[in-house]
Design a protein around this ligand. Structure first.
Ligand code: ADP
Ligand code: MN
Ligand code: MN
Ligand code: MN
Ligand code: MN
Length: 357
């Protein structure tokens, strides 16, 4: 257990968690803040709710999260998706919200609004996305969990999908998160230990349209909550440790009705031309600090140059071998960093392939 942290006493807590709620339920309203993190607060509901339109709007003090000025600080929370709450369980729910300003416009950090409009405008294309979320576990001192204090473990090699003591770190947190996501109806499709020790990945998808961002944000929230109980910090930094250590990405897999249909490779090839023309625009929303990661080394493409190829893990976009063989399917945009916003990623992909609003 990490030191210098007050860690919750789960055993004591359990006695209270089984107390009757007397017909009322708790809704955890969750929103995305100005730093790409999540915030949340709880509302008591007089009875359980089963759909998002049964939930009231709410608000928070945006001056405390750098989302609004102090003299006009109310930011509104509009529920957009609900999930069963794996922490409180029962009828309690997690509520994902969009943030709206008092003048009726989307908050500056509400990237969902435009993405949702793009998804709706292009609904007939039937976009599916699958995101591979990489992240790093840190001790409270900010150094990767389980690494020698101020020092380094042995060179990369044994850790990717590793098994056994000294080869894999924090499997307990990863297992707890996986189970909590399944409980919450997150479309989580798998997990694996990554190349750098104490770095992990989970995949969410395929998800249609706006669901991708909703499910990924909720999975991130759950990850932070789970790690809290273990006294471990979650980092979505794209290059947490400089040097010969892999960075962390958010590979974004994409398909449409056309790419999945017979002869879909034609649609994929046509898309590559469009992606090439807008490389700079994509990089601009693919995460902060991504230039430290996209070096053309450690299984990445170069940030200054668009490239793609079959089975190429050193390019911007990879077409999986099996897809080339089948002549249809999906492609993988390998450029997004682990800290990128999934609404911005999926939004710009739709915009590039289909045109803007
Ligand atoms: P990698 O070999 O790049 O590590 P993963 O197995 O980690 O691949 O992730 C593959 C991702 O591709 C999964 O998240 C899955 O949801 C997604 N995916 C699979 N098929 C499709 C599809 N037709 N459209 C969009 N995404 C897809
Ligand atoms: Mn108050
Ligand atoms: Mn993967
Ligand atoms: Mn990976
Ligand atoms: Mn990948």
């Amino acid at each position: 257990m990490a030191d210098s942290t007050v860690v919750s006493n789960t055993e004591n807590l359990m006695k209270y968690m089984s107390l009757d709620q007397r017909g009322r339920s708790m809704a955890e309203y969750i929103w995305i803040d100005s730093q790409g993190g999540t915030r949340s607060k709880t509302k008591t509901l007089s009875k359980p709710v089963t759909s998002v339109d049964q939930l009231p709007e709410w608000n928070f003090d945006g001056s405390s999260t750098a989302q609004a000025p102090g003299d006009n600080s109310d930011v509104y929370l509009r529920p957009v998706a609900i999930f069963p709450d794996p922490f409180r369980q029962g009828d309690n729910i997690l509520v994902l919200c969009e943030t709206w300003d008092a003048d009726g416009s989307p908050n500056k950090f509400n990237f969902r609004h435009d993405a949702a409009r793009l998804m709706e405008t292009n609904a007939k294309e039937e976009f599916w996305f699958g995101l591979e979320q990489e992240y790093t576990l840190l001790g409270t001192d900010g150094w990767p969990y389980g690494w020698p204090r101020g020092g380094f473990p042995g060179a990369q090699g044994p850790y990717y999908c590793g098994v056994g003591t000294g080869r894999v770190y924090c499997r307990d947190i990863v297992e707890a998160h996986y189970r909590a996501c399944l409980y919450a109806n997150i479309n989580i499709s798998g997990i694996n230990a990554e190349v750098m020790p104490s770095q992990w990945e989970y995949q969410v998808g395929p998800c249609p349209g706006i669901d991708m961002g909703d499910h990924l944000w909720m999975s991130r929230y759950i990850l932070h909550r789970v790690a809290e109980e273990f006294g471990v910090r979650i980092s979505f930094e794209p290059k947490p440790i400089k040097g010969e250590w892999n960075g962390a990405g958010l590979h974004s897999n994409v398909s449409t009705a056309a790419t999945r249909a017979e002869g879909g490779m034609k649609a994929i090839e046509a898309a590559m031309k469009k992606f090439e023309a807008r490389h700079v625009e994509h990089i601009a929303v693919y995460g902060e600090g991504n230039e430290e990661r996209l070096t053309g080394r450690h299984e990445t493409g170069n940030i200054d140059k668009f490239s793609y190829g079959v089975a190429d893990r050193g390019g911007s976009i990879r077409i999986p071998r099996q897809v080339a063989k089948d002549g249809k399917g999906y492609f993988e945009d390998r450029r997004p960093a682990s800290n990128a916003d999934p609404y911005q990623i999926t939004g710009i992909i739709v915009e590039t392939m289909c045109g803007g609003l």
